[in-house]
Design a protein. Structure first.
Length: 65
């Protein structure tokens, strides 16, 4: 529980220090694209039984493990 305080302080410092150095529009578009990918992947897994993300993670785990 005590780890939350320094991590939160570091997060606040980092955001305050570097928030002006990136384009918020690009960050929102990247977040939306990531959300859409996982939404489509979930539907693909439910309808077709083939989740792309889970398959990709399993391939990488097999190759590195």
């Amino acid at each position: 529980m005590l780890a939350i305080i320094p991590v939160s302080l570091l997060n606040a410092y980092f955001f305050d220090r570097f928030s002006g150095r990136f384009d918020a529009r690009k960050a929102h578009l990247a977040g939306a694209a990531l959300f859409a990918f996982f939404a489509l992947d979930t539907v693909s897994g439910l309808v077709f039984g083939f989740p792309v993300w889970e398959t990709l993670v399993n391939v990488i785990a097999t190759l590195t493990g």
